[in-house]
Design a protein around this ligand. Structure first.
Ligand SMILES: Cc1cc2nc3c(=O)[nH]c(=O)nc-3n(C[C@H](O)[C@H](O)[C@H](O)COP(=O)(O)OP(=O)(O)OC[C@H]3O[C@@H](n4cnc5c(N)ncnc54)[C@H](O)[C@@H]3O)c2cc1C
Length: 286
């Protein structure tokens, strides 16, 4: 099927892009890896595509002491291969290596993935695990939205009319923090059936802080608060981690779909989580 006709604009400033996005039927175009297939199937029919990839500086990647700022049009691949970011945030690299294939990662962008908000996508879960803040800009100026508040429902975000994602800010975990990432997909490059991204910090023999995010097992990416609470309850050991992973079913709500039944995703979710937690525990300084 051919795409429905649309107008195209390619502004080189953020203000022009916002102005264009306020026009009726306008949609941002970034890497096109999700939007263009939807348009080809006529599942979405924007009247105007606003190509945001030429906006100067919107693809910047900056690493400060305790945080990293990643511009909305930075591609998955540019983040994955960024040498300093890879060292400071190995969890990001591990997650991004699982996004589709290299060709997709060369085009797809951070902002596009967050705005598209596929519950099985890696970026949203990574943003949750890394205490992310989504910076959005629109006709009313700039807002900072905690990643947890940004994802509202199935492929629905907190973005208001005319707004676009301009940056993702994530926290660089403290020295000695451990991280883990695991997911299961039917084939290499497919979206995950279930996955987990984890950051653990320990103090002595206890887990002092835990951030656990699950992908593919609810209508949106979720923080596993019940698992996190269980992790803080006792000594930081393998038994604690295994026990805590069983709480994940109180945090997720998988649904049956063409890829797998809900009961199967629940089981996979727990196993992926246990593996990610064990990785994080073994990497954390005790
Ligand atoms: C075969 C295939 C396999 C894939 N596998 C995976 C996978 O395993 N994991 C995964 O996470 N993703 C996967 N993807 C999706 C890919 O990661 C996309 O890059 C991503 O979902 C969207 O990013 P994009 O830059 O291409 O956005 P686009 O396709 O350009 O846009 C997607 C949506 O976001 C909006 N948008 C884009 N940028 C912004 C912005 N800055 N502000 C506001 N709205 C914006 C658009 O209007 C549109 O609604 C796959 C894609 C394909 C084609």
């Amino acid at each position: 099927m051919k795409m429905a006709p649309f107008a195209y604009r390619c502004p080189d400033s953020l203000s022009e892009a916002i102005e264009a996005l306020c026009e009726p039927g306008a949609k941002a175009l970034a890497g096109g890896q999700s939007l263009l297939p939807l348009m080809a199937f006529r599942l979405v029919r924007p009247a105007l595509l606003v190509d945001i990839t030429r906006i100067d500086g919107l693809d910047s990647i900056e690493l400060g002491g305790s945080s990293a700022s990643i511009g909305a049009t930075a591609t998955h691949r540019s983040v994955e291969l960024h040498p300093r970011l890879g060292l400071a945030l190995p969890l990001l690299r591990a997650g991004l290596e699982r996004v589709g294939h290299v060709a997709i990662r060369n085009w797809g962008t951070v902002g596009g993935s967050l705005a598209h908000a596929d519950p099985a996508a890696e970026w949203p879960a990574l943003a949750l695990a890394l205490d992310g803040e989504v910076i959005v800009t629109g006709p009313g100026g700039q807002r900072i939205v905690a990643a947890e508040a940004f994802f509202k429902d199935w492929m629905e975000t907190d973005l208001r009319p005319g707004e676009m994602v301009t940056m993702l800010k994530v926290r660089v975990p403290g020295e000695g923090a451990g991280w883990g990432f695991e997911e299961l997909a039917r084939r290499e490059g497919d979206f995950a059936l279930a996955g987990a991204a984890v950051v653990l910090e320990t103090e002595g023999d206890r887990i002092s802080s835990a951030r656990v995010a699950m992908l593919g097992v609810s209508l949106m990416p979720v923080r596993a608060h019940n698992v996190e609470a269980a992790l803080l309850e006792g000594p930081a050991d393998v038994a604690r981690v295994r026990d805590a992973s069983h709480h994940v079913n109180d945090d997720i709500a998988p649904i049956d779909d063409q890829h797998a039944p809900a009961w199967y995703k629940s089981r996979v979710a727990r196993i992926m989580l246990e593996r990610a937690l064990l990785q994080a525990l073994s990497r954390s300084a005790k």
